[in-house]
Design a protein around this ligand. Structure first.
Ligand code: ZN
Length: 204
């Protein structure tokens, strides 16, 4: 399975990192080895002094598809989840300056948190109006709503599938809102969709 991530999908996050708004969705992938194993803490890697959390709504693909039209995209997923796209921001900055790919900054072991709990999409009256948030040590640090996404879930699926075949079990990270920040040892990160707790991660 593959993890496909969308970068710069929330205007307020683009502003906070002083990035330019992309003309098309910005896509990158994380290897499956980046998935943080269940019940395991996240270990800050030795090569970074500035690992950031990015809370993101996840979509799990449940059908094989290629060149999926936006109007049919909803048939390719049933479950909505929540995760973290951990990013070694210092390393990413260096790679960006050199025009190099981001893999090392975003694809390292443990860099992808996929909440254990998934929610059936039928429980949402509108997928483009989902509230989600991240708490660090019980204080809210990120708050988002999927209505603020520059590209909505179905548009993302159509776009991705014009380049890559989507397979059962693939997970899409749909981008982070503003409020990203550094993690430190002993932090506890807890993610919510509406009032549902979808993950809680200890940092070491
Ligand atoms: Zn991200």
């Amino acid at each position: 399975m593959k993890l496909i991530c969308i970068g710069r999908n929330y205007a307020d996050h683009i502003t906070e990192l002083k990035n330019e708004k992309p003309e098309d969705p910005l896509i990158f992938q994380k290897p499956d080895t980046s998935i943080l194993l269940k019940k395991q803490p996240f270990f800050i890697p030795e090569f970074s002094d500035n690992v950031h959390y990015e809370v993101e709504v996840l979509v799990k693909i449940n059908r094989v598809g290629k060149h999926i039209q936006e109007k049919f995209a909803h048939k390719y997923y049933n479950e909505i989840g929540l995760g973290i796209d951990f990013t070694a921001r210092d390393l990413q900055q260096k790679l960006k300056e050199k025009g190099e790919p981001w893999e090392k900054a975003k694809g390292f072991d443990g860099a992808a948190v996929i909440g254990e709990k998934w929610l059936d999409k039928s429980q949402f009256s509108d997928l483009n109006d989902i509230n989600f948030s991240l708490q660090k040590n019980e204080e809210v640090v990120q708050q988002g709503n999927t209505s603020l996404m520059l590209w909505k879930i179905d548009e993302i699926i159509a776009y991705i599938s014009s380049f890559f075949t989507l397979k059962i079990g693939d997970v899409i990270f749909t981008g982070t809102p503003s409020g990203v920040g550094k993690v430190s040892p002993n932090d506890q990160l807890t993610g919510f969709i509406e009032n549902d707790k979808l993950f809680s991660i200890h940092i070491k």
